[in-house]
Structures are given as structure tokens and as C-alpha cells.
Design a binder for this molecule. Sequence first.
Ligand code: NAD
Length: 331
Amino acid sequence: MDIAVFGTTPYDRRYLEDANADGLHQLKFFDASLNTQSAGLAAGCPAVCIFVNDNADAAVLDILHRGGTRLVALRCTGFNNIDLKAAASLGIRVVRVVSYSPNSVAEHAVALLMAINRKIHRAYNRTRDSNFSLDGLIGFDLAGKTVAVVGTGKIGRVFARIMLGFGCDVIGYDPERSPEFEAMGARYAQPGEIGEKADVVSLHCPLTPATHHIMNAETLARAKPGALLINTSRGGLIDTEAVVDALKSGQLGGLAIDVYEQEADLFFRDLSSVVITDDLIQRLISFPNVIVTGHQAFLTREALTTICETTLRSVSAFERNEALENEIRAG
Ligand code: NAD
């Protein structure tokens, strides 16, 4: 089947071509992200493959549909960037990669936590300049501290297990409780207790209308002073302006993020020679106690292999008119 792949990076091309070694599909790679301007490139392709910062809103889906697209395959887990209702009304089916490697994202969240707590980013820059001073590099032992996991799904549970291994007291919040989370020695808590007790808060819930800006001026004010906030989930979970204020006042002790609300205008590109006009990200990057990675938490060999194999398996199942196990529908 002809598949238009949008937002292609060199590693997307390599891993998708490996997954398509049998040549079952014809992959048409486009560097451009999917939007109303680029959607026409998919004309004649029954399947379109997109990633987190492609935009599949109603207008884009309408263009794709007119070009003959009947399947959108998200090569990611989150699906906040596609209008599922519009897709359903056009008869476009949507699949995602439900699970590839929860370890990849959870381990990156741990890496961010370790780096922000022990100031690895600052030490790295100092020692490269032969500055071996330790001033300003004090962190805290994680053992014995309280770590809150917001969203105890696949990734949140792996993160929780690693934190339990560090000797942390792990508490969680999720409207749907996971017996596995409790069985491993973690426990559920109400948001009030999380604010009061958590030394570290790590976000692992999806971005939905209910979770938009769950970290806002009010919830940050209720947080334990000096707490660290880690977000590897979606940028929209955090009200960035409120976080900047909390960092300025010292209420928040540090922030490490792999996702940013306005990341679609920035991430996955080399903008090192460009004047960035987004003042919020520039302000964030200027803090010594902030680390930003550019949506790389999923980027392991294992995850990329599973993502590409699962995506092409879904397209093959669609082509053969078989049941789509990774299908998502408007709820
Ligand atoms: P999952 O569906 O297994 O788990 C999500 C959990 O969040 C579920 O248990 C759900 O009940 C819970 N949840 C829903 N609403 C909530 C709320 N209001 N408060 C607290 N919890 C709530 O998903 P997952 O595989 O663990 O992925 C979690 C998220 O990680 C994805 O939605 C995606 O946004 C993000 N992600 C990021 C990357 C990356 O590279 N940075 C990669 C993959 C996934």
C-alpha cells in the first residue's frame, strides 16, 4: 500500500525501511510536517503516517480524504493531534502504537530527574572548561524521598518501579487505579497529599481536556516548596507561564521536560542559527535549574523498531481488511 510518511527524520526513514524489508508497502517520505499546506502531498496514498507534531485536524483530514486517504497511522502513543470525530465522519480509520517501549520513556524521565537533581548538566559544562568547583551543585538523596507519579499507566508504572528501586516512597494519582501499581509497593494518594508530600512529581498521563494545565498556578502553589517537576508526557499538561513564576519564586526547585506546549514550532529541527521568538522557552532554558530535551524520551533502538514494525503491521491489516487491534475511535 502507498503510505505518505510526514515529518520524516533520517531515523524514521531507516527504521521504517528496515521494517518494510519485505517490500510490502511503498513508502513516500516527506520532510514536511502534516498541515493544511502539506496535506496535498498525500494525494493518491490510502495510508498516511504521522508523528506527534503533525496536525491532523478536521481541515487537514478533509484534504487527505479528498486525496483518497482512508487510514491515518500514528507512529506514536498519544493522539491529541488528530480530530477523531472528524476522522470518523469522513470514514478515515486511525491507528496508533499503543505500546512500544514504556521503558524508553520511563528511563528518560529517570535520567532527567537524576540530571536535574544532581546538576549533571552544569557539572558537564564546568568540567569541559576545567572548572572543578562544586559550588551550587548540591542535590539530595532520592532514597527515602516521596515521588509522585501522575498517571499510573504503562510508562508511569515502569517509572514507579525504578523509583521504588531507589528506595523512594512512591505515591500515585490516576482516576483508574492499577492493581499492579499497588502490588509493587506504591500507593494511591489524593492530589492534596501529593502536593503536600511529594519531593518529585513526574507526569505520565495523556493530554486531554481534563489534564490540560494540571500543573498550574494553583497546583504549583500547593506543591512542597523546592519540589522537582518532571514532564515526559505532553507539554500541555503544564501551564508554562505559571511554572516560570514558580521557578522565579523558588517554589519549584527544578524542572526537567522532554515536552513543551509550543514544541510544534521548535522541536525536531536544528534552530541553532535562528533567533527564537518564543520568549517562554528562552526564559526556561535560561534557568540553571531547568533541563529541556526535545521530545527524545522514546528514542531508543528498541522503541523505534517496535514503533515501525507495529505501524506497518497495522497498515497491512487494514489493507487485508482485517481487524485493527491498535485502532482508536472518538470516545
Ligand atoms: P497509558 O494509557 O498506559 O497510561 C496513561 C495513564 O494516565 C492511564 O492509566 C490513565 O488512566 C491515566 N490518566 C488519565 N487521566 C488522568 C488524570 N486526569 N490524572 C492522572 N492520570 C490520568 O499511557 P502510557 O503509555 O503510559 O503513556 C503516557 C503518556 O506518555 C502518553 O499519553 C504520551 O502523552 C506520553 N508519551 C511521551 C513520549 C515521549 O517521547 N516523550 C513517548 C510516549 C508516550
